[in-house]
Ligand binder design. Structure first.
Ligand code: TRP
Ligand code: ZN
Length: 874
């Protein structure tokens, strides 16, 4: 089932890339589906590429039973089975290769390759799962035309799906039937997909900008048809948006999406046949929250946008993953921003980069967005490749502007459509189309770590000039000591005391507000600055860096009110909070009580009461940074002090603003439930108010009333989270009621599991262990595992890091189980251990000894091996 590692797994290096000796132009697959013995026949047209007539054909294969090998119709014996490979020799320059393998989908708990989810069959081939189906050149630079015939029992599996168009079908006499599919677009094996099962289907259609009709089909488990509408709406919105903003049209006559319950990640962009984690398809107001809806829109968009950025132009090798992922995340973020609130989306994305992505940069797995060395590719579907990758694309967008950026996209498709490209090909297209020099900018692709940008300013009243000195420096990261200066787009604005913008000028000429920071140290001098200005910097988070500047409280409060864009106002609020969180962590460590000046509370009160602001934006203003994000500010983390400070600040804000919070809470009560953005925004602020009010005397009554009255999951969950976080007396009854109502529905129960995982109660771990016996829980299902176990280990730091090491022992137990059943999920769960060096000596020792236990596990999977080894050697 999992990789047998009698020998140590070996690493691959980006610099070792070589073109393949052979390619496969066409592959004709036949699947005879059976739960435990599925026979796969793969007939390929193979062509030698180089001029080495002795070149062997080295096919990848994993967990396969080889039945037969035929070359040009004759049984072939010139082959050797090596570890993970089938090596064929004495081959002609061009030939037909037929390989028959037998696989066991039911035993496939890793959910990679062909596996069973619920009653149906499905596949997951990215990154290297196709080799668990047949021996093949399982690398993204081999592009073949696929034909797929699926044979299965007709009653159990009425729907037999694969990529492209359905070209033939028929019945067999033993109650079985078959369907054949043909995908006209050559593609790498990682984009192959097969699904077989019984579903309800939501059908619709879309007319493209050139007037072609596309059939749209969403396949869901029987009985879930009433939860597929929003996914369909999002799909049609995605298709339209990509035409309008990027000029890109869909290219097949059919687009299918299948929702499955057992899935390792969010979703997969297989050509014409996306497979989705059901979490990102299924929603109705009774089962899904507003943030679930937003997630569906983003992920449907993301996978759809891959059709051009990923499928039409794919990656030459897996080191280039950010070519498709960074770019596609950028596109899905722009989609959500164009359809909804741009500032609120930007804030959410920046929180992810500043929190978990910066944390990744500091840890032992730190890597550039284009990694240099990989042991297990699945370990590199990271926040760095995806989210920082998107920030790198966004910086190019900032430097070039929309028109030049779109010209670059156009050129990129002209040069690389239908091929497997590199990150450098993309940057080259942007450079060629815009004429803007991106040579130093390219370092973002090779350099890991988070740059620190320290700024000093000086106002010269005599000369009416203002100077801004910017120093950049990137601290060393695991395996990369030396760092070079980067090209940083540094977006600034200056304000006078009335809050008016001061035009930027130097040497008598206007200066663009995005400064090109390229050197280790640079000074920018602005003229005609009539008075000491207030500077707003790194506007829109114009680069993924840490900004250091000594702002006064007054300046931050000024920016919270006067900065022209909402993101900058939010960011000023976050900087103000950060100052007082740091201050109070020291206060708590000295044994004193947390304090917050009245002026600071008033600044947040001002935001709360500002009627010109979008309520969803106000909710963001009032959101404290997470304990994990705060932990990232410290060389040595004091989990307990951070937890105490966040709790105390929440309490102070709640108490001091109680009247205003209550008034806003009441004023935002809604009649008819609606999913439009304005209604969602009001719920967001109303429920943010409730989360604070839960910490006041009326909290229990308000939360109880909201839970009882709620006609939608957003309000239900807001009540339950408030009760959970504030440990209200009403919590227990609500939890029992919810579990009674939803035990049959794992996806809905995930919300409940998440509350158990993040329960602040002293005995949270004991509850989590008990909850693992809940009938809706299963460690075999990645969503369940994440909602309960990962939420405890990753998002309940005060309890996970309990001094007695009980949280650590628990994680090791879980990892040991998952190492054999699903190493990909295990590898994501282990993350909290990788940060052990950031804790005190006692906790470090405890975590380190858990890592050591893991390192000597029998059959340690490559996924965990790579992380454990890096963590221990760091
Ligand atoms: N390419 C997918 C996406 O970002 C993600 C993906 C990679 C994936 N590997 C996977 C999904 C394994 C599921 C399982 O859209
Ligand atoms: Zn993707």
């Amino acid at each position: 089932m999992t990789e047998q590692t009698s020998t140590q797994p070996t690493a691959k290096y980006r610099s070792d890339y070589r073109k393949p000796d052979y390619t496969i132009t066409d592959i004709d697959l036949t699947f005879d589906l059976n739960d435990t013995k599925t026979q796969v026949t793969a007939q390929s047209k193979v062509v030698r590429m180089g001029d080495n007539a002795d070149a062997k054909l080295v096919l990848d294969g994993d967990e396969l039973e080889l039945v037969s090998v035929t070359v040009n119709g004759e049984a072939w014996s010139a082959y050797a089975k090596e570890d993970g490979h089938l090596v064929l020799s004495d081959l002609p320059a061009e030939f037909d290769l037929t390989i028959v393998t037998m696989i066991n989908p039911e035993a496939n708990t890793a959910l990679e390759g062909l596996y069973k989810s619920g009653g149906g069959f499905c596949t997951q081939c990215e990154a290297e799962g196709f080799r668990r189906i047949t021996y093949y050149l399982d690398r993204p630079d081999v592009l073949a035309r696929f034909t797929t015939k699926i044979i299965a029992d007709k009653a159990a599996f009425p729907f037999l799906l694969s990529n492209g168009n359905r070209i033939a079908e028929g019945d067999l006499d033993n109650g079985r039937h078959w369907v054949q599919w043909q995908d006209p677009f050559p593609k790498p094996s990682y984009l192959f997909a097969l699904v077989a099962g019984d579903f309800d289907v939501l059908r619709d259609n879309y007319t493209t900008m050139s007037g072609r009709n596309v059939e749209l089909e969403i396949f869901v488990d029987k009985g879930n048809l009433d939860r597929a509408d929003y996914a369909m709406t999002s799909l049609k919105n995605s298709m339209k948006w990509d035409e309008e903003r990027f000029g890109l049209e869909y290219d097949l006559d059919i687009y299918m999406i299948v929702a499955v319950d057992f899935f390792n990640m969010g979703a997969m962009e297989n050509k014409g046949l996306n497979v989705f984690n059901s979490k990102f398809v299924l929603a109705n107001p009774k089962t899904a929250t507003d943030s679930d809806y937003q997630g569906i829109e983003a992920v449907i968009g993301h996978e759809y946008f891959h059709n051009w950025t990923g499928n039409r132009v794919t990656c030459r090798d897996w080191f280039q993953l950010s070519l498709k992922e960074g770019l596609t995340v950028f596109r899905d973020q722009e989609f959500s921003s164009d359809l909804g609130s741009r500032p609120v989306n930007r804030i959410a994305n920046v929180r992810i980069v500043r929190g978990p992505q910066f944390a990744e940069d500091r840890g032992p797995m730190s890597h550039p967005i284009r990694p240099e060395k990989v042991i297990e590719m699945n370990n590199f579907y990271t926040l760095t490749v995806y989210e920082k990758g998107s920030e790198v694309i966004r910086m190019m967008h900032t430097l070039l502007g929309e028109a030049n950026f779109q010209a670059g996209m156009k050129l990129y498709f002209e040069c690389h459509d239908g091929t497997a490209a590199t990150c450098d090909d993309f940057v080259q297209a942007m450079e060629n189309a815009s004429g803007i020099d991106l040579s130093r900018f390219r370092r973002w692709y090779s350099q890991a770590g988070t740059p620190v940008v320290a700024v000093e300013t000086a106002y010269d009243a005599d000369n009416k000039s203002y100077s801004v000195t910017v120093k950049q420096q990137t601290p060393p990261t695991a395996g990369q000591e030396e760092k070079l200066p980067l090209h940083i787009p540094f977006d600034i604005e200056l304000y006078d005391s009335k809050g008016e913008v001061i035009a930027l000028q130097s040497n008598g000429k206007p200066v663009h507000n995005v400064l090109d920071v390229k050197e280790e140290e640079q000074t920018f001098v602005f003229e005609n600055v009539a008075e000491q200005p207030v500077i707003s910097m790194l506007r829109e988070f114009s680069a993924p860096v840490i900004l250091e500047y000594d702002y006064s409280d007054q300046e931050l409060i000024f920016l919270m009110i006067h900065a022209r864009n909402e993101f900058a106002r939010w960011d000023a609020g976050q900087m103000l909070l950060a100052k007082y969180i740091r201050k109070n962590v020291a206060v708590v460590q000295a044994g004193n009580a947390v304090e917050l000046p009245e002026a600071v509370v008033d600044a947040f009160r001002g935001a709360l009461l500002d009627e010109n602001l979008d309520p969803a934006f106000i909710a963001e203003m009032l959101t404290l940074p997470s304990e994990n994000e705060i932990a990232g500010w410290y060389k040595q983390v004091d989990v307990d002090a951070i937890n105490a400070v966040v709790g105390a600040l929440t309490q102070i804000l709640a108490t001091d603003m109680e009247d205003e919070l209550l008034a806003i809470y009441r004023s935002l009560a809604q009649g008819e439930y609606s999913l439009d953005h304005a209604a969602m925004a009001k719920r967001a602020l109303r429920n943010k108010c409730l989360s604070y009010l839960a910490h006041t005397a009326t909290g229990n009554d308000l939360v109880t009333a909201q839970y009882a009255a709620a006609d939608n999951m957003t309000d239900t969950m807001a009540a339950m989270s408030a009760a959970n976080n504030a440990q209200l007396p009403c919590r227990e009854a609500q939890m029992a009621d919810f579990s009674d109502k939803w035990t049959h529905d794992g996806l809905v129960m995930d919300k409940w599991f998440m509350l158990q995982g993040t329960n602040p109660a002293e005995n949270a771990l004991e509850n989590v262990r008990n909850t693992m016996n809940h009938p809706a829980f299963s460690l075999k299902n990645p969503n369940r595992t994440r909602s309960l176990v990962a939420s405890f280990c990753a998002n309940n730091p005060a309890r996970f890091h309990a001094k007695d090491g009980s949280g650590y022992a628990f994680l090791t137990e879980i990892l040991t189980a998952l190492n054999t059943s699903n190493p990909q999920v295990a590898s994501r769960l282990i993350e909290p251990f990788l940060k052990y060096r950031q804790y005190d000596e006692a906790r470090q020792q405890l975590m380190r000894s858990e890592l050591e236990k893991l390192s000597v596990l029998d059959n340690l999977a490559k996924d965990l091996f790579e992380k454990v080894q890096k963590a221990l050697e760091q």
